[in-house]
Design a protein around this ligand. Structure first.
Ligand SMILES: Nc1ncnc2c1ncn2[C@@H]1O[C@H](COP(=O)(O)OP(=O)(O)OP(=O)(O)O)[C@@H](O)[C@H]1O
Ligand SMILES: [Mg+2]
Length: 255
């Protein structure tokens, strides 16, 4: 699993500076959580790492190898998008035995047998809590929360080298979210994929992360373990951010 180095990245959209002066090392196999307010550049950062956008300045390296010019399919990166269609195939069922379907697609593409596919899909759907009665449905026939789970399942059914998750639990209700978070952490430990997880929920970041990066106006203002950031906020902005979450943090850590 690659280590990701981000060096002085910059990305502009016309006059909007979405990312500026962003540098960081994300360790091999780390669950790295980026947290920050809306429009601070989180999705843009994931799209840069995935290769869906090119930086205007700076470098992205995987294990020391420059990625800026490497096209997305050759990066070994899988991204679960925020909202909309989640990159699911609208005309295919969630899963159909011995047929191309959303969950069998990535495995069939790699020449797996239908037997092997059944086994792997069974494992992932069990892990992600995707119930069998959803299998015959098309993505348009699922709730947002169900779609997010299927998208996550599809992203890891063939384990990637790097997994990029853009607010993947945003549509779940609080109890389902707590459960999904635990499943996700367990899945991460099993796969050991280098993972960048984006959220605006600080409590979620603290519960999930090996390390948290607090993002503000296009760059990281603090990177550290959850307890580092919680106990030693590096600025008044972060201290206020932490304080606004204190109640839910106390609740989350005591449960
Ligand atoms: N394709 C684009 N064209 C123009 N501006 C863009 C584009 N994509 C993003 N931006 C701008 O870049 C900034 C960062 O956007 P981004 O989507 O990365 O934010 P975010 O942190 O993911 O926000 P949210 O939490 O709301 O999802 C915003 O000001 C946004 O309007
Ligand atoms: Mg976003």
């Amino acid at each position: 699993m690659p280590k990701i180095s981000l060096r002085n990245l910059e990305k502009r959209f016309g006059k909007t500076v979405a990312i500026s002066g962003l540098s960081c090392e994300i360790q091999s196999g780390e669950l790295f959580v980026v947290v920050g307010p809306t429009a601070c550049g989180k999705t843009t950062l994931l799209r840069l790492i995935a290769g869906l956008l090119r930086p205007d300045r700076g470098e992205i390296l995987f294990d020391g190898r420059r990625m800026n010019e490497v096209p997305p399919p050759q990066r070994g990166v899988r991204m679960v998008f925020q909202g909309q269609d989640y990159a699911l195939f609208p005309h295919l069922a969630i899963y159909h035995e011995r047929r191309w379907s959303n969950l069998s697609f990535p495995l069939k593409l790699r020449g797996k047998t239908w037997e092997a596919i059944r086994e792997q899909v069974g494992k992932i759907t069990g892990r992600m809590g995707i119930r069998k009665e959803l299998f015959p449905r098309k993505p348009g026939e699922l709730s947002e929360g169900q779609k997010q789970r299927v998208a996550l399942g599809k992203a890891v059914v063939v384990p990637p080298q790097v997994l990029l998750l853009d607010e993947p639990l945003a549509h779940l209700d609080p109890p389902a979210r707590v459960k999904a978070r635990k499943e996700l952490r367990r899945l991460h430990e099993e796969l050991g994929t280098t993972t960048v997880y984006v959220t605006h929920d600080l409590a979620e970041a603290f519960l999930l992360a090996d390390r948290v990066a607090v993002m503000q106006e296009g760059h990281f203002v603090q990177v550290g373990t959850p307890s580092d950031v919680r106990e030693h906020p590096a600025s008044s902005f972060i201290a206020d951010f932490v304080r606004s979450y204190e109640d839910s943090l106390r609740q989350a850590f005591s449960s």
